[in-house]
Ligand binder design. Structure first.
Ligand SMILES: [Zn+2]
Ligand SMILES: [Zn+2]
Length: 198
């Protein structure tokens, strides 16, 4: 895995990785966010970076080209993007689960539109998370499908990747097997899913 860029916004990092994948570069996002809790503010805030990584160094030049293109013409985050697909709130980071505005107990994410089972206050979990933590807090909820799942073995084999132990290029060696150079076992789907955080 090779790091090619880092982002403050997780949503932007995921959009960029998707753009690279659309253009044939296997890319994923590593959430390197450090979170800190401050008792003064009575809440939590997060700071840190989302790292964009690619599967093989051989794609680095192409990746930088695509990043350059994106810089000229940056992707925009549609303010209504959360309406497009229903997010899977069970994937929400635990630290982003909001408290009921009425009784201050953590809300039940199984009831995203309330009302609170304890005090009956209505709420909208999505709206609260969005307002408190921004769209990037919701990004994991939209990344439900492993992007490799729908690809045929042939398509998976067409994506360039190197041995994780010795960096030998595994071109033309099938979905899984052993590295001819160092003998390490590889499974392309697992490698890719690991890269993408699944
Ligand atoms: Zn309540
Ligand atoms: Zn190897």
């Amino acid at each position: 895995m090779h790091r090619v860029a880092s982002f403050q916004s997780g949503a932007l990092a995921h959009l960029t990785a998707a753009h690279l994948r659309e253009h044939g570069v296997m890319a994923g996002v590593i959430d390197a966010t450090m979170s800190a809790v401050t008792s003064v503010m009575g809440g939590s805030f997060s700071q840190g970076a989302y790292e964009l990584v690619i599967a093989t160094k051989r794609d680095e030049e192409r990746a930088r080209e695509l990043l350059g293109e994106l810089k000229e013409n940056p992707p925009t985050i549609d303010p209504d993007w959360e309406d497009d697909v229903a997010p899977d709130l069970s994937l929400l980071d635990k630290k982003h689960i909001p408290n009921c505005p009425g009784c201050k107990w953590p809300v039940s994410i199984a009831r995203p539109l309330g009302p609170c089972q304890r005090c009956g206050t209505p709420y909208d979990v999505l709206e609260m998370v969005f307002e408190m933590h921004g769209p990037e807090a919701l990004a994991p909820c939209y990344e439900t499908e492993a992007p490799m799942a729908n690809l045929s073995d042939e398509q998976v084999c067409d994506i360039a990747i190197d041995c994780t132990s010795c960096e030998y290029p595994l071109d033309g060696l099938g979905v899984r097997g052993n590295c001819p150079e160092c003998g390490a076992y590889f499974d392309r789907r697992e490698l890719f899913n690991g890269l993408l955080g699944h």
